[in-house]
Design a protein around this ligand. Sequence first.
Ligand code: SAH
Length: 225
Amino acid sequence: MSLRMRLQPEALGTGMTSQRVRDRLVERLREEGIRDERVLNAIRTVPRHLFVDEALATRAYEDTALPIGHGQTISQPWVVAKMTEAVLSASPEKVLEIGTGSGYQAAILAALGLEVHTVERIGELLRVARKRFRSLGMNVRSKHDDGRIGWPENGPFDAILVTAAAPALVEALSEQLAPGGTLVAPVGGAASQSLVMLRKEVDGRLSQQALAPVVFVPLLSGMID
Ligand code: SAH
């Protein structure tokens, strides 16, 4: 399968960002239960080291969340893989992400050929993420806004990924899910959450399943520059 992006020389990496190190991460994700080869291939190819500060690049292929400034984090690769695998099961085309952060999760979705929409409340993070999308030749639609309202003008979406934690599923978001669609979101308190997968059946009925325990930064209200 070919992935949709353009790779500049710095995307190839050297030393701790080399292909060998990335392949090791992919093997680890496989051992930890990630089965979808499309997802593993996207993780193998999208240069995660370009989504963190240069000082952290050597840690980019560890299976861990890393700080991206403003008190936020780029999610752990296993979590990105798990969420992507969950939404791919419904063969989506149009996808909405809430919490662009570094842009990495959105880039994985775009590399898989999906039409990606992403919303971020911190303007500075969004500006940096947009530069990354551009330099990778990725067409990601993004908006600076409070993602708790979703993106109703562009909905409904076949899949919605919420990458910040809330005490309950956000109703405005499940309303923007197309029939047959899937939403994944961390639900719970500040210390830890459950990754919940919500399916909207073709007849509109909703069903829920807990996928794994996770830790995300909180979904906050309002927006800042
Ligand atoms: N998906 C990101 C993970 C970023 S961490 C990545 O791959 O790097 C979660 C992000 O959600 C943070 O950037 C945070 O600012 C953002 N966020 C929190 N509440 C939000 C809200 N209400 N609307 C939009 N973004 C929000």
